[in-house]
Design a protein around this ligand. Structure first.
Ligand code: HEM
Length: 410
């Protein structure tokens, strides 16, 4: 890909090699065409840190409204019609809105998703992680994704929302069906209806839970969201449902994948693993560096609200523009020696959690879960090593990570 003998060769953004290691492609794009039109993805890709940050901080020019409709417009007409409930769901809520709606809903969410509520999860996360490590040590091996990182965010968010733990597996399946459809970047009709079926079940589940909590309030997030009030304003029913679904979808695949990416990076950098084992106080900085080095979210779409010129390229009103977070976080103009995992790095202003008004609401929770998971895994599994060098990567262009990570613990 890239410039070969001064001839531009279109990068293949759907190849196995790209999913496994997108960073060489990002480097070529950053160097040769930092504002690149991808016919494969039907949108512009921004790969330089400065461009990504300024785009994410400019919701007036780059909007979050209508992203799902634009994605679904590629479906055959008949399926598109059947997918109306799915489309309508994603027209509401937090991630798919701009100010003033976004400002209002985020304000209400901030009242419910408080630092106190997040910090209160620490003992539960610790005992869950210890329990998972105990099980894995007994078996002398584990799949870091399936047996470990998958169970942490789903259990924690289910607990915070007030969802019964026994419903956790159904929850994860609904989330996985929806993520599988929207994450491929290509509209696959067979996945579409399955995703819609799961979304409708999930909404129905939350509808009942919200009604239950309205009549019998509990100390949980659904109760807090249903009653959160800001200057006399409450969320309407559709917004409330959308926000509940978002908290599950946004928090699960991301954290699960990040812990997998982080463990792999540490196994491939045993000197860093050793440093952390000897001094767990480095865990805070290490988590930030691991998020920069191989974060799970590589792409966030916006829609251009007007014609705009960027680095000589003419972006037209209505076109999709992707902030390539994974590329921005390896930009040498922002991070010296960007391909090195350096947990002593200073001024690590990575964009793994985004930037601007949509900056990840769950960042404190994701940090808490990841730090506890990584710290206990490193301390309690000193012999951990890869079972197999051949790894299976998600064929997903939003979430970059592994589908499984088998390790031996003896
Ligand atoms: C390592 C884990 C995580 C990563 C890397 C991550 C990354 C991101 C990114 C990049 C965005 C910005 C989206 C945009 O600009 O359009 C975002 C937004 C968001 N995240 Fe996370 N996230 C993680 C975990 C979580 C968790 C655990 C939760 C909650 C349970 C969560 C909830 C949200 C929400 C609600 C938004 C939307 C915020 C808004 O639109 O104002 N995330 N996240």
């Amino acid at each position: 890909m890239g410039a070969v003998n001064d001839t531009w060769v279109e990068p293949d953004l759907g190849s196995d090699a790209f999913y496994a290691d997108p960073y060489p492609t990002y480097q070529q794009l950053r160097s040769y065409e930092p504002v690149h039109w991808s016919p494969q993805w039907g949108g512009w890709l921004l790969t330089r840190y400065a461009d990504v940050v300024s785009m994410l901080r400019d919701p007036q020019k780059f909007s979050n409204v209508g992203r799902m409709s634009s994605f679904l417009s590629q479906l055959p007409e008949q399926i598109r019609d059947e997918m109306r409930p799915f489309e309508d769901h994603f027209k509401q809520g937090l991630i798919n809105s701009d100010p003033p709606d976004h400002t209002r809903i985020r304000g209400l969410l901030n009242k419910a998703f408080t630092p106190r509520r997040v910090e209160a999860q620490a003992p539960q996360v610790e005992s869950l992680v210890n329990e998972l490590v105990d099980k894995a040590l007994c078996k002398e091996k584990m799949d870091v994704i399936g047996d470990f990182s998958f169970l942490i965010p789903t259990t924690v968010i289910a607990h915070m929302l007030g969802v019964a733990v026994e419903d956790r597996e159904r929850f994860a399946k609904w989330a996985e069906d929806i993520t599988a459809f929207v994450g491929t970047g290509r509209v696959i009709s067979e996945l579409a209806l399955g995703a819609q079926g799961s979304l409708l079940e999930l909404r129905e589940y939350f509808r009942r839970l919200i009604a239950l909590r309205r009549s019998e309030p509990q100390d949980d997030l659904v109760t807090a969201l249903a009653t959160a009030e800001d200057k006399g304003s409450l969320m309407n029913e559709a917004e409330l449902l959308s926000v509940c679904v978002t908290l599950l979808l946004a928090g699960y695949g991301t954290t699960m994948t990040f812990i997998g990416n982080a463990v792999l990076a540490l196994l491939r950098n045993p000197d860093v693993m050793l440093l952390l084992r000897n001094d767990p106080s480095l865990m805070l900085a290490a988590t930030e560096e691991l998020l920069r080095y191989d974060g799970p979210i590589h792409r966030q779409w916006r829609i251009a609200t007007d014609d705009v010129e960027l680095r000589g390229m003419k972006i037209r009103k209505g076109q999709l523009v992707a902030a390539m977070l994974g590329a921005a976080d390896r930009d040498p103009e922002q991070f010296p020696d960007p391909d090195r995992l350096d947990i002593t790095r200073r001024d690590n202003y990575h964009v793994a959690f985004g930037s601007g008004i949509h900056f990840c609401l769950g960042a404190p929770l994701a940090r808490l879960e990841s730090q506890i998971a990584l710290k206990l895994l490193i301390q309690r599994c000193p012999s951990m090593r890869l079972e197999n060098e051949s790894l299976n990567w998600r064929r997903d262009i939003t979430i970059h990570g592994l589908t499984s990570l088998p390790v031996s613990l003896v």
